[in-house]
Write a protein that binds this ligand. Structure first.
Ligand code: G3H
Ligand code: 13P
Ligand code: NA
Ligand code: ZN
Length: 328
């Protein structure tokens, strides 16, 4: 059944678990996410980015998610719009039937210039007014995602600040977060605490201080009723990087956010954990390996099935690690 994000995350907060929010672009991802949720009895958040709408078209994405709800009616599903760049974009998604939208007012409408605080409050409040009138939840963002190591926003095109960010911009301020929530009434807040989008998060194997967990604690203490969201939460599995490179790929050394660090975040108020890159890596690795080993094969269903299987394994592992399993 389609439910709002507020409803799902209120349950997650009550019982102390987190929910992975997987980006969806195609049939294989959609099925992998749902089969893993079915297997582990997990509630689901699927999110559509601007890039996904460009790739698949909004109607196809929407019907892909509706088809999933039809096939697995016993699993609660949130249909979420990821990184909206304006109230108009969010309005369109509300009209299409999304049960949750993100207004990312931390950046200007171009999706790359850091915005000032008043602009962020203004656009986010507008979206909350519209969305709540329709029973739709809203996620806002305060602070700019970027590596504490390099000050870089990450590699995703179209999402994320351009240029080098200051230490101040890279960590959400707890007092400002309290003020922001009061002014906008958002249901969930994406915070900056050291993660960044894409595969190139960290250049060294991450140690304990890769995320500012203390900052998460401080923010959660100030806004205990607002669900915290961690973007850029892919773990960048070393085993999939190795498979990609073994079968013709060439991805340089890079590291993601360790699952244990995400679990620590969940213990301190993180409820929605955004993951896109990990499914991309698993999919690509599985397809490269299959095609390398089956050179006469040309039926796309054969290698896409490998892609689905690889993504399914990642989804299942995250549902289990985040405590989502058993809560559908
Ligand atoms: O927030 C970033 C997601 O990974 C979306 O990426 O715009 O390439 O679909 P995309
Ligand atoms: P990753 O690039 O770490 O998977 O993050 C995805 C994300 O935050 C989507 O909004
Ligand atoms: Na989002
Ligand atoms: Zn994001």
């Amino acid at each position: 059944a389609l439910i709002s994000m507020r409803q799902m995350l209120d349950h997650a907060a009550e019982f102390g678990y987190g929910v992975p929010a997987f980006n969806v672009n195609n049939l294989e991802q959609m099925r992998a996410i749902m089969m893993a949720a079915d297997e582990t009895d997990s509630p689901v958040i699927v999110q559509a980015s601007a890039g996904a709408r460009k790739y698949a078209g909004a109607p196809f994405l929407r019907h892909l998610i509706l088809a999933a709800i039809e096939e697995w009616p016993h699993i609660p599903v949130v249909m979420h719009q990821d990184h909206g760049t304006s109230p108009a974009v969010c309005q369109r998604s509300i009209q299409l039937g999304f049960s949750s939208v993100m207004m990312d007012g931390s950046l200007r409408e171009d999706g790359k210039t850091p915005a000032d605080y008043d602009y962020n409050v203004d656009v986010t409040r507008k979206v909350v007014e519209m969305a709540h009138a329709c029973g739709v939840s809203v996620e806002g963002e305060l602070g700019c995602l970027g590596s504490l190591e390099t000050g870089q926003a990450g590699e995703e095109d179209g999402v994320g600040a351009e240029g080098t960010l200051s230490h101040d911009q890279l960590l959400t301020d707890p007092e400002e977060a309290a003020d922001f929530v009061k002014a906008t009434q958002v249901d969930a807040l994406a915070i900056a605490c050291g993660t960044s989008h894409g595969a190139y998060k960290f250049t060294r194997p991450p140690t304990g201080d890769i995320l500012d967990i203390n900052r998460i604690k401080e923010i959660h203490a100030r806004i205990p009723n607002t669900h915290l969201v961690m973007h850029g939460s892919s773990s960048v599995p070393q085993e999939w990087l190795a498979i990609i490179n073994e079968f013709g790929g060439d991805i340089p050394e890079t590291y993601g956010v360790p699952v244990e660090q995400i679990q620590e975040g969940i213990r301190h108020g993180v409820r929605k954990v955004n993951i896109d890159t990990d499914l991309r890596l698993a999919s690509t690795g599985a397809i490269r390996r299959y095609l390398d080993k089956n050179k006469a094969e040309f039926d796309p269903r054969k290698y896409l099935q490998e892609s689905t299987k690889a993504m399914y394994e990642i989804c299942k592992a995250r549902y289990e690690a985040f405590g989502t399993a058993g809560n559908a």
